[in-house]
Unconditional design. Structure first.
Length: 193
């Protein structure tokens, strides 16, 4: 259902649902809104006027890259990285682009960021890591990708939950299975070493 899913995303955007979730700013459209909406042409125009804007944080420390990551705008993420956006930047609560992408289950963006050597276990002040956010959101493919790239399964949320505990507590059966398979694979590899 890839095609169908995509068309609903577009109609949502046409309805303006995504936009209403963004903080109102004084400028008609801020660089953050443009990044979140994947308005690449306008975003590039703004960034070309002032190269400091590419890593400029908003009031909560979110950069345009974080906004694009949180909203699943992969082309915008790719473009911002090319323009020098810092994938390691952290917002005021230590939120990272990779955590925000994991929260939304945007696996393609997670992969792009991990290729830039971002910390796969970055821990924020809400007590979350990318893998914990992916588990919470029931994002199976994202969980698989993070595990395949070495996400730490022993790290606990502030609540004391590991990713596995969280999957069990939320009843996310498929995610549980993915984690179990990963653990079995780790054990098997250890035996063959």
């Amino acid at each position: 259902g890839g095609i169908l899913k995509h068309s609903t995303t577009l109609t949502n955007r046409q309805r303006g649902n995504k936009v209403s979730a963004l903080p109102a700013t004084l400028d008609t459209l801020s660089i953050y809104q443009l990044a979140a909406q994947g308005e690449l042409t306008l975003l590039k125009e703004n960034l070309q006027k002032d190269e400091n804007l590419v890593n400029k944080p908003d009031k909560r420390g979110f950069t345009p890259l974080m906004w694009a990551s949180a909203f699943g705008e992969i082309e915008t993420v790719r473009c911002l990285l090319e323009l020098g956006a810092d994938p390691h930047a952290l917002a005021d609560q230590r939120e990272s682009a990779v955590s925000l992408a994991s929260t939304g289950g945007y696996t393609g963006i997670v992969v792009l960021l991990l290729e830039k050597n971002v910390n796969i276990n970055s821990y924020d002040w809400n007590g979350g890591t990318p893998i914990l956010y992916a588990v919470r959101g029931n994002h199976v493919k994202c969980v698989e990708t993070l595990l395949a790239r070495g996400a730490d399964l022993t790290m606990e949320a502030d609540s004391g939950y590991t990713p596995m505990d969280l999957a069990v507590a939320l009843g996310h059966k498929k995610v549980q299975q993915v984690i179990e398979n990963h653990i079995l694979k780790l054990f098997r590899n250890r035996e063959t070493d």
